[in-house]
Structure formats: structure tokens, C-alpha cells
Ligand binder design. Sequence first.
Ligand code: PEP
Ligand code: MN
Length: 263
Amino acid sequence: LASRTFHEEGTVIRVGNLEIGGETVHVMAGPCAVESREQLLSAARIVKEAGATILRGGAYKPRTSPYSFQGLEEEGLELLAEARAATGLLIVTEVMDAKTLPVVAQYADILQIGARNMQNFFLLREVAKIDKPVVLKRGPSATIEEWLMAAEYIMSGGNYNVILCERGIRSFETYTRNTLDLTSVPVVKHLSHLPVIVDPSHAIGKWRFVTPMARAAIAAGADGLMIEVHPNPIEALCDGPQSLTPENFAGMMADLRRMVEVT
Ligand code: PEP
Ligand code: MN
């Protein structure tokens, strides 16, 4: 179902009044995690002012250490809904398991399946039953074939609105957090009709290199971007080193606008 041979035209996913996979590149931006009302509303205003259309923010966080901040859970979802009401931004947020899927789906405009859950086939089957678009992140060690098969799980369960997200894969390189496999953008667009977005923040792990790789992602043909932005990255509870400041995010948006229509 994900294959181009099945559906020659590129799929355009409609959510709110946006078209993902159309002419315009949409940017999903915001903090790694929802931390507080003040932090999230401030991030939402920053992202909106710079011209993005979708707010990201995790309420349930898949952290490497069980001792790290795990997210505000339902309170975080309520804050996301408040930020949406205040700004008109759409909300994308991660769902980690089937148990919390009903509550996450109640608040989110777009569901996110994190890299670590890309092959959680049971969860994929559950999101397949929800009538909302799904951002499916590529697993850190998943081949393109495995990634497309994960999309197939969601589509074969009845949800055709899958947005593929390249977020870097594991390699021998340690300078960057992961290795951004931009090759996957033209390859997946050749193999599949689904929209492809790129998350340079998690791929690289260092804010300084996010803007150049966001530009490269657009040049490679990405339909959108996911970017971590924090009002004050030094104080972020999660992924501060890869988060853009408000100024850097506005600068990135201005740079991208010289290449393509971006919102
Ligand atoms: C995230 O988007 O905050 C996240 C945890 O990303 P990934 O699943 O790509 O690591
Ligand atoms: Mn993050």
C-alpha cells in the first residue's frame, strides 16, 4: 500500500487546513518535551511568529535513562491543547503505547510514533485504527525496507495517512548523535508515494548543524521538517544541546524561505 507502484501520485495528507506532501514545506517545531505552561506557551508563540504551522512537544517521553524526566503525561497534553487554542498551531505529539493511545489521540492532531517504537507492531496496529495522520519515525537501525514495512502495518490496518520521518540512524560516527541519512529522502520518494519529512535535530544532536542540514533536507526533496526549539535551551529538561533558540529558529525559517515556500 505504501508503494509507488500501487499509487503513482504523491499522497497529500490534509490536516486542519494544511496539506502535507503538497507544494508547501510544513515545519513541525517546538520543544522536545512539554515542561511547563510557561515554557510551552512561550515556545508556541516563538514557533508561530517565525511562521511554522505545527507545534511539536512530547508529553510521554521515551528516555534512555529511567531517571531522566519522563514527561508531564496528560497534563502535558492539556497544555498542548491550550497552546493550540492560543495560537492556532496544530499539535503533533508522541504516543508510546496502546494504553495511552486513547488519551493522546483525544488531544493530538497528528500522532507521532517514535524511532524506538517503529517496529512495535502491536502499537502500529492500534494507531492504524485511529483517524488521524501518523508521523512514523525511522528506527535508529532500521533499513528503508523495514521502515516502509512499518508504514505498511499502519496502512493495512486502515490508516493511509502516514508521514515518514527520517531522524538519523546509528553509525560508527560519534561526533553527531546519529547519522542523518538524507539518501533515504529521494530513495523513499522513489519507492513510496507517502510524504517524507526530516528531523535534523535528533539526527545531529547539536544545534549548530541543524540549519545547514534542514536546508540540505529541502534540497533533497523533503516535504517537511521537524525541528526542536526551546525558549531557553540551556534550561531544557530534554535535548537542550540540539534545540534552536528563538533567534536561530527564526533565522532558519528565513533561510529556508529563500529556497522554497515554508510555513
Ligand atoms: C522526539 O521527537 O522527541 C524523539 C524522541 O524522537 P526520536 O523518536 O526520533 O528519537
Ligand atoms: Mn527530543
